[in-house]
Design a protein around this ligand. Structure first.
Ligand SMILES: *[C@@H]1O[C@H](CO)[C@@H](O)[C@H](O)[C@H]1NC(C)=O
Ligand SMILES: *[C@@H]1O[C@H](CO)[C@@H](O)[C@H](O)[C@H]1NC(C)=O
Ligand SMILES: *[C@@H]1O[C@H](CO)[C@@H](O)[C@H](O)[C@H]1NC(C)=O
Ligand SMILES: *[C@@H]1O[C@H](CO)[C@@H](O)[C@H](O)[C@H]1NC(C)=O
Ligand SMILES: *[C@@H]1O[C@H](CO)[C@@H](O)[C@H](O)[C@H]1NC(C)=O
Ligand SMILES: *[C@@H]1O[C@H](CO)[C@@H](O)[C@H](O)[C@H]1NC(C)=O
Ligand SMILES: *[C@@H]1O[C@H](CO)[C@@H](O)[C@H](O)[C@H]1NC(C)=O
Length: 467
């Protein structure tokens, strides 16, 4: 069998596979992700990650079917009255009308203008859903990420077309483009000017995902990624970087010692990489590892800034995801973030080892899926000589070789769960039962249940991820 024929066959099987399988139930929006485009374009993962590849194709199509998304798609306007301005509402802030009047007689407009808004940490004000630019951007970032890798898997133009359309709609088209700043992100209502908050900068952390997908198309020379779109996005990003590096709002976020700061560095370094400013990206990454990172992990591996929070297990996993993305971007720009140590003398690995000792499913609203991706990446990078990580992965998720991250975690054992074609040389096959993922003798499915799906939608759309 020739390589070309084998390649065509494996694509055909994959395409068939994801047509048979139902994609909806198991989509997970991870806290953040970054892949080295050179690794993805190397195809070195092709033979050993068939199951993960089919999941990525599913996810790409599932999320793209909901797009394209536009920041202008809202009726709630920020003080500028400009629909092109990104807007979101501060999730834990509630109106206190006790000194204003009879609440039942106040209109929504009066409440927003006259009642001071006070912080009730951890309690979501459901009326933040008056505007959903946050959910739209999150879905856009997931779509660009998974469609980029799907294009690398198949070279099918439908995936690159999805990205071209989505990027043009969100950033470039005259009718729908976003103004390149977050001045009204997580804005606080009440008397006076409704300005955004520094915390709102977190809303666009998914830029690391988006840049991954776009760089795969650019470096892989996908025809649909035209020079016009590339130039347009570069111009947009350069303007946005000015805002990200000079506005008081963004600089306050950069100085945050916890996950907010970590995610700021994800976003800025990825964008600098995208505009070709590798030196700037390296300086940003260096500033992270020599800066706030120094106090983020103590000797036993705990993250004091996160464990002090209302959901410590979630927040440990959340900041771990951000630290891992910073180290992954670091590797691309020539900085060794994996060996970087905090003041306590420990690396990111220590944070993973400590977080793994807790059962994340025990915390209301969260699942272990938050932790499995960064742990897989840690195992891949630092090695797993005694099989500790593979064993933990299997104990948490018997589908893990079928999760997207398995594709970019080379070296992590599949624990016999058969990540790819075995013995016979055939790709995983589906029994097609109940529309679930039943592959290659794994005996179980990647379907982690509607509950997990709903939890992740809540979590990713204005959920507790927002400080
Ligand atoms: C626009 O927003 C509405 C309400 O949030 C949503 O139902 C719809 O899907 C959005 N459309 C697009 C194209 O994003
Ligand atoms: C936005 O619209 C409101 C209501 O029409 C108006 O009071 C306000 O002055 C406008 N703001 C700007 C900046 O145009
Ligand atoms: C507020 O207004 C409602 C409806 O007009 C009335 O029934 C209620 O008694 C008022 N409450 C107070 C505290 O004045
Ligand atoms: C916000 O948008 C996302 C992405 O389209 C969607 O999944 C989510 O359901 C929306 N949330 C609300 C409250 O409309
Ligand atoms: C873009 O929109 C502006 C204002 O809506 C309009 O004046 C301008 O002609 C439009 N430009 C193009 C290229 O369509
Ligand atoms: C609102 O934000 C703008 C831009 O960051 C700033 O110039 C202005 O002073 C802020 N207004 C208030 C009342 O904080
Ligand atoms: C840490 O540094 C050592 C020595 O330079 C190197 O061999 C190793 O690959 C680095 N570890 C990682 C995870 O990059």
């Amino acid at each position: 069998m020739t390589t070309a024929f084998g390649h065509a066959l494996s694509i055909a099987v994959l395409v068939l596979l994801h047509q048979i399988l139902s994609a909806q139930a198991d989509f997970i929006s991870y806290a953040n992700q970054f892949v080295d485009p050179a690794f993805i374009l190397s195809d070195s993962w092709k033979a050993t990650t068939t199951w993960a590849q089919s999941s990525i194709l599913d996810d790409a199509q599932f999320v793209a079917a909901q797009g394209p998304w536009a920041v202008t798609n809202k009726t709630y306007l920020p003080p500028s009255n400009n629909t092109h301005d990104y807007a979101s509402l501060r999730p834990y802030f509630w109106p206190d009308c006790s000194k204003v009047g009879n609440t039942t007689q106040l209109t929504d407009e009066q409440i927003e203008r006259e009642c001071p808004y006070v912080d009730r940490d951890g309690q979501f004000n459901p009326d933040i859903h008056k505007v959903n630019n946050t959910g739209a951007f999150s879905a856009l970032a997931d779509s660009v990420f998974y469609n980029g890798i799907s294009w690398a898997i198949t070279k099918d133009s439908k995936y690159s077309t999805n990205i071209a359309t989505e990027i043009s709609t969100w950033f470039l088209n005259n009718a729908t483009y976003m103004t390149p700043n977050l001045q009204y992100s997580q804005l606080v209502r009440g008397p006076g000017v409704h300005n955004g908050s520094s915390e709102g900068v977190l809303d666009l952390k998914g830029m690391a995902k988006l840049v991954s997908g776009v760089l795969i198309l650019r470096n892989g020379k996908a025809a649909e990624w035209t020079s016009e779109i590339d130039t347009g996005l570069v111009t947009w990003v350069k303007e946005y970087i000015v805002w990200l590096t000079t506005s008081t709002q963004a600089l306050e976020e950069r100085a945050m010692p916890n996950n907010h700061g970590s995610f700021y560095f994800n976003q800025l370094s990825a964008l600098q990489l995208f505009v070709g400013d590798t030196a700037g990206a390296k300086a940003t990454i260096t500033a992270y590892f020599t800066g706030i990172f120094q106090n983020q992990i103590i000797a036993n591996g705990d993250q004091p800034e996160e464990s002090a929070r209302t959901h410590p297990m979630h927040y440990r996993a959340y900041n771990l995801a951000a630290m891992v993305v910073n180290a992954r971007i670091a590797a691309v720009v020539g900085y060794d973030g994996w060996n970087a140590t905090t003041k306590a003398g420990v690396t990111i690995k220590a944070a993973a080892d400590y977080a793994m000792t807790f059962k994340l499913d025990g915390e209301e609203g969260y699942t272990v899926q938050e932790l499995t991706q960064p742990v897989a990446e840690i195992a891949s990078v630092y090695g797993d000589p005694d099989g500790k990580y593979a064993q933990w992965m299997k104990s948490q998720d018997t589908q893990y070789p079928g999760q997207p991250f398995y594709l970019w975690s080379p070296g992590l054992s599949d624990s016999g769960l058969k990540a790819a074609a075995s013995g016979t040389g055939s790709a995983p096959t589906s029994t097609g039962t109940s529309g679930s993922h039943t592959k290659n003798g794994a005996g179980t499915t990647r379907f982690v249940g509607m509950v997990t799906c709903i939890v992740f939608i809540v979590v990713s759309v204005g959920g507790p991820f927002i400080f």
